[in-house]
Design a protein around this ligand. Structure first.
Ligand SMILES: Nc1ncnc2c1ncn2[C@@H]1O[C@H](COP(=O)(O)OP(=O)(O)OP(=O)(O)O)[C@@H](O)[C@H]1O
Ligand SMILES: O=c1ccn([C@@H]2O[C@H](COP(=O)(O)O)[C@@H](O)[C@H]2O)c(=O)[nH]1
Length: 211
Protein backbone atom coordinates (compact mmCIF):
# COMPACT_ATOMS: atom_id res chain seq x y z
CA UNK A 1 0.00 0.00 0.00
CA UNK A 2 2.82 2.35 1.01
CA UNK A 3 4.58 1.94 -2.37
CA UNK A 4 1.37 2.74 -4.13
CA UNK A 5 0.94 6.01 -2.25
CA UNK A 6 4.47 7.25 -3.08
CA UNK A 7 4.42 6.09 -6.68
CA UNK A 8 2.59 9.28 -7.62
CA UNK A 9 4.93 11.73 -5.95
CA UNK A 10 7.76 11.70 -8.49
CA UNK A 11 5.65 12.32 -11.62
CA UNK A 12 3.76 15.06 -9.80
CA UNK A 13 7.02 16.72 -8.75
CA UNK A 14 8.36 16.44 -12.31
CA UNK A 15 5.19 17.99 -13.72
CA UNK A 16 5.40 20.80 -11.20
CA UNK A 17 9.05 21.42 -12.15
CA UNK A 18 8.20 21.55 -15.86
CA UNK A 19 5.39 23.97 -15.13
CA UNK A 20 7.73 26.21 -13.14
CA UNK A 21 10.39 26.11 -15.89
CA UNK A 22 7.91 27.12 -18.59
CA UNK A 23 6.60 29.89 -16.35
CA UNK A 24 10.01 31.53 -16.40
CA UNK A 25 11.01 34.26 -18.81
CA UNK A 26 13.66 33.20 -21.33
CA UNK A 27 16.29 35.88 -21.59
CA UNK A 28 19.60 36.68 -23.25
CA UNK A 29 21.73 39.51 -21.94
CA UNK A 30 23.40 41.62 -24.63
CA UNK A 31 26.66 43.29 -23.65
CA UNK A 32 29.53 45.14 -25.32
CA UNK A 33 31.10 48.58 -25.29
CA UNK A 34 29.24 51.80 -26.07
CA UNK A 35 28.54 51.80 -29.81
CA UNK A 36 29.52 48.15 -30.33
CA UNK A 37 26.23 47.65 -32.18
CA UNK A 38 24.07 45.99 -29.51
CA UNK A 39 20.90 47.89 -30.42
CA UNK A 40 21.43 47.40 -34.14
CA UNK A 41 21.79 43.65 -33.78
CA UNK A 42 18.90 43.39 -31.31
CA UNK A 43 16.59 44.99 -33.91
CA UNK A 44 17.64 42.34 -36.41
CA UNK A 45 17.08 39.52 -33.90
CA UNK A 46 13.61 40.90 -33.12
CA UNK A 47 12.78 40.98 -36.83
CA UNK A 48 13.95 37.46 -37.53
CA UNK A 49 13.41 35.59 -34.28
CA UNK A 50 10.59 37.46 -32.57
CA UNK A 51 12.25 38.33 -29.28
CA UNK A 52 11.26 41.43 -27.32
CA UNK A 53 14.14 43.93 -27.17
CA UNK A 54 14.50 45.76 -23.88
CA UNK A 55 17.33 48.27 -23.78
CA UNK A 56 18.10 49.27 -20.19
CA UNK A 57 19.51 52.58 -21.48
CA UNK A 58 16.31 53.32 -23.45
CA UNK A 59 14.13 52.49 -20.44
CA UNK A 60 16.20 54.83 -18.29
CA UNK A 61 16.01 57.61 -20.91
CA UNK A 62 12.22 57.15 -21.08
CA UNK A 63 11.94 57.32 -17.30
CA UNK A 64 14.13 60.44 -17.24
CA UNK A 65 11.86 62.12 -19.79
CA UNK A 66 8.68 61.52 -17.77
CA UNK A 67 7.25 64.66 -16.31
CA UNK A 68 7.68 64.67 -12.54
CA UNK A 69 9.73 61.48 -12.49
CA UNK A 70 11.18 60.93 -9.04
CA UNK A 71 14.39 59.62 -10.62
CA UNK A 72 14.77 61.98 -13.61
CA UNK A 73 17.64 64.05 -12.24
CA UNK A 74 19.49 61.12 -10.82
CA UNK A 75 19.29 59.24 -14.14
CA UNK A 76 20.41 62.33 -16.08
CA UNK A 77 23.48 62.69 -13.85
CA UNK A 78 24.49 59.07 -14.32
CA UNK A 79 23.99 59.14 -18.08
CA UNK A 80 26.10 62.28 -18.51
CA UNK A 81 28.86 60.87 -16.33
CA UNK A 82 28.71 57.40 -17.84
CA UNK A 83 28.12 55.94 -14.39
CA UNK A 84 25.58 53.28 -13.48
CA UNK A 85 22.12 53.95 -12.10
CA UNK A 86 21.29 51.98 -8.91
CA UNK A 87 19.94 48.55 -9.74
CA UNK A 88 16.61 48.96 -7.92
CA UNK A 89 15.58 51.54 -10.53
CA UNK A 90 16.81 49.72 -13.64
CA UNK A 91 15.64 46.30 -12.50
CA UNK A 92 12.14 47.58 -11.72
CA UNK A 93 11.90 49.23 -15.15
CA UNK A 94 13.01 45.99 -16.80
CA UNK A 95 10.62 43.81 -14.79
CA UNK A 96 7.70 46.13 -15.49
CA UNK A 97 8.46 46.14 -19.23
CA UNK A 98 8.68 42.35 -19.21
CA UNK A 99 5.33 42.00 -17.44
CA UNK A 100 3.63 44.59 -19.64
CA UNK A 101 4.82 42.93 -22.86
CA UNK A 102 2.96 39.69 -21.98
CA UNK A 103 5.70 37.89 -23.92
CA UNK A 104 8.20 35.33 -22.79
CA UNK A 105 11.46 35.82 -24.70
CA UNK A 106 13.62 38.87 -24.12
CA UNK A 107 16.88 40.43 -25.21
CA UNK A 108 18.07 42.53 -22.30
CA UNK A 109 20.44 45.02 -23.87
CA UNK A 110 23.10 46.90 -21.88
CA UNK A 111 22.50 45.18 -18.55
CA UNK A 112 23.89 44.00 -16.10
CA UNK A 113 26.72 46.53 -16.15
CA UNK A 114 28.31 46.23 -12.74
CA UNK A 115 28.37 44.14 -9.57
CA UNK A 116 25.43 46.06 -8.05
CA UNK A 117 23.37 45.30 -11.20
CA UNK A 118 24.32 41.63 -11.11
CA UNK A 119 23.51 41.14 -7.44
CA UNK A 120 20.29 43.16 -7.57
CA UNK A 121 19.08 41.32 -10.66
CA UNK A 122 19.85 37.91 -9.19
CA UNK A 123 17.99 38.85 -6.03
CA UNK A 124 14.91 40.29 -7.73
CA UNK A 125 14.75 38.24 -10.94
CA UNK A 126 16.99 35.22 -10.50
CA UNK A 127 14.11 32.81 -9.81
CA UNK A 128 11.89 34.26 -12.52
CA UNK A 129 14.20 33.88 -15.52
CA UNK A 130 16.02 31.29 -17.52
CA UNK A 131 19.27 32.90 -18.77
CA UNK A 132 20.02 31.28 -22.13
CA UNK A 133 23.33 33.06 -22.77
CA UNK A 134 25.14 36.38 -22.78
CA UNK A 135 25.71 37.81 -26.23
CA UNK A 136 28.96 39.75 -26.13
CA UNK A 137 29.78 42.11 -28.98
CA UNK A 138 33.53 42.57 -28.97
CA UNK A 139 34.69 45.80 -30.58
CA UNK A 140 37.86 47.89 -30.12
CA UNK A 141 37.57 51.20 -28.35
CA UNK A 142 38.55 53.30 -31.39
CA UNK A 143 35.82 51.72 -33.55
CA UNK A 144 33.21 52.13 -30.80
CA UNK A 145 34.23 55.77 -30.26
CA UNK A 146 33.94 56.62 -33.94
CA UNK A 147 30.50 54.98 -34.18
CA UNK A 148 29.19 56.94 -31.19
CA UNK A 149 30.65 60.23 -32.47
CA UNK A 150 29.11 59.59 -35.91
CA UNK A 151 25.80 58.76 -34.24
CA UNK A 152 25.99 62.04 -32.31
CA UNK A 153 26.89 64.00 -35.46
CA UNK A 154 23.97 62.39 -37.26
CA UNK A 155 21.64 63.85 -34.62
CA UNK A 156 21.09 61.07 -32.05
CA UNK A 157 20.28 63.79 -29.52
CA UNK A 158 22.00 61.69 -26.85
CA UNK A 159 23.66 63.68 -24.07
CA UNK A 160 26.48 61.12 -23.97
CA UNK A 161 27.53 60.80 -27.65
CA UNK A 162 30.42 63.23 -27.15
CA UNK A 163 34.10 62.72 -26.39
CA UNK A 164 33.89 63.86 -22.78
CA UNK A 165 31.07 61.45 -21.84
CA UNK A 166 32.53 58.67 -23.98
CA UNK A 167 35.80 58.66 -22.01
CA UNK A 168 33.79 58.16 -18.82
CA UNK A 169 31.55 55.51 -20.41
CA UNK A 170 34.57 53.51 -21.58
CA UNK A 171 36.16 53.77 -18.18
CA UNK A 172 32.98 52.35 -16.60
CA UNK A 173 32.82 49.66 -19.27
CA UNK A 174 36.40 48.51 -18.66
CA UNK A 175 36.36 48.67 -14.87
CA UNK A 176 32.78 47.69 -14.01
CA UNK A 177 31.23 45.82 -16.96
CA UNK A 178 34.14 43.67 -18.14
CA UNK A 179 34.26 41.86 -14.77
CA UNK A 180 30.57 40.97 -15.24
CA UNK A 181 31.32 39.54 -18.69
CA UNK A 182 34.21 37.59 -17.15
CA UNK A 183 31.86 36.31 -14.47
CA UNK A 184 29.48 34.92 -17.09
CA UNK A 185 32.47 33.57 -19.03
CA UNK A 186 33.41 31.53 -15.98
CA UNK A 187 29.89 30.06 -16.11
CA UNK A 188 30.38 29.26 -19.83
CA UNK A 189 27.45 31.49 -20.76
CA UNK A 190 29.23 34.03 -22.99
CA UNK A 191 28.82 33.87 -26.77
CA UNK A 192 31.42 36.24 -28.23
CA UNK A 193 30.82 37.94 -31.57
CA UNK A 194 33.29 40.03 -33.58
CA UNK A 195 31.39 43.32 -33.93
CA UNK A 196 33.83 45.09 -36.27
CA UNK A 197 32.28 43.82 -39.51
CA UNK A 198 29.30 45.37 -41.29
CA UNK A 199 25.91 45.00 -39.52
CA UNK A 200 24.83 42.26 -41.94
CA UNK A 201 28.06 40.33 -41.54
CA UNK A 202 27.81 40.56 -37.76
CA UNK A 203 24.23 39.33 -37.96
CA UNK A 204 25.30 36.25 -39.94
CA UNK A 205 27.28 35.22 -36.84
CA UNK A 206 24.50 36.19 -34.44
CA UNK A 207 21.95 34.13 -36.35
CA UNK A 208 23.87 30.94 -35.65
CA UNK A 209 23.13 31.31 -31.96
CA UNK A 210 19.39 31.58 -32.47
CA UNK A 211 18.85 28.80 -35.02
N1 LIG B 1 28.51 46.72 -37.55
C1 LIG B 1 28.45 48.05 -37.65
N2 LIG B 1 29.25 48.71 -38.50
C2 LIG B 1 29.19 50.06 -38.60
N3 LIG B 1 28.34 50.84 -37.89
C3 LIG B 1 27.53 50.22 -37.01
C4 LIG B 1 27.53 48.80 -36.85
N4 LIG B 1 26.61 48.48 -35.93
C5 LIG B 1 26.06 49.62 -35.52
N5 LIG B 1 26.59 50.66 -36.17
C6 LIG B 1 26.28 52.08 -35.98
O1 LIG B 1 26.99 52.50 -34.82
C7 LIG B 1 26.17 53.28 -33.96
C8 LIG B 1 26.00 52.56 -32.62
O2 LIG B 1 25.23 51.40 -32.85
P1 LIG B 1 24.20 50.88 -31.76
O3 LIG B 1 23.33 51.98 -31.31
O4 LIG B 1 23.56 49.65 -32.30
O5 LIG B 1 25.25 50.50 -30.61
P2 LIG B 1 25.01 50.16 -29.09
O6 LIG B 1 26.03 49.15 -28.72
O7 LIG B 1 23.59 49.81 -28.84
O8 LIG B 1 25.37 51.56 -28.46
P3 LIG B 1 25.08 52.15 -26.98
O9 LIG B 1 25.59 51.16 -25.99
O10 LIG B 1 25.87 53.39 -26.98
O11 LIG B 1 23.61 52.38 -26.88
C9 LIG B 1 24.85 53.49 -34.71
O12 LIG B 1 24.91 54.72 -35.38
C10 LIG B 1 24.80 52.32 -35.69
O13 LIG B 1 24.11 52.65 -36.87
O1 LIG C 1 21.69 49.12 -17.02
C1 LIG C 1 22.02 50.29 -17.31
C2 LIG C 1 22.02 50.76 -18.62
C3 LIG C 1 22.39 52.06 -18.88
N1 LIG C 1 22.72 52.88 -17.87
C4 LIG C 1 23.06 54.30 -18.12
O2 LIG C 1 22.61 54.71 -19.40
C5 LIG C 1 23.72 55.11 -20.19
C6 LIG C 1 23.46 54.79 -21.63
O3 LIG C 1 23.31 53.38 -21.80
P1 LIG C 1 23.28 52.74 -23.27
O4 LIG C 1 23.23 51.26 -23.05
O5 LIG C 1 24.54 53.16 -23.93
O6 LIG C 1 22.08 53.25 -23.95
C7 LIG C 1 24.93 54.42 -19.57
O7 LIG C 1 26.16 55.04 -19.87
C8 LIG C 1 24.57 54.51 -18.10
O8 LIG C 1 24.83 55.79 -17.58
C9 LIG C 1 22.72 52.42 -16.56
O9 LIG C 1 23.03 53.15 -15.62
N2 LIG C 1 22.36 51.13 -16.32
Amino acid sequence: MKTCKFMFIRPVLRALQTLTMSDKYNIAFVLGGPGAGKGTQCSKIVEEFGYVHLSAGDLLREERAKLGSEFGELIEGHIKNGTIVPVEITCSLLERAMKDSKKNEFLIDGFPRNQDNLEGWNKQMGDKVNLKFVLFFECPLNVCTQRCLDRGAAGSGRADDNMESLKKRFNTYMTATMPIIEHYESLDLVRKIDATQSPDEVFEEVKKLFT
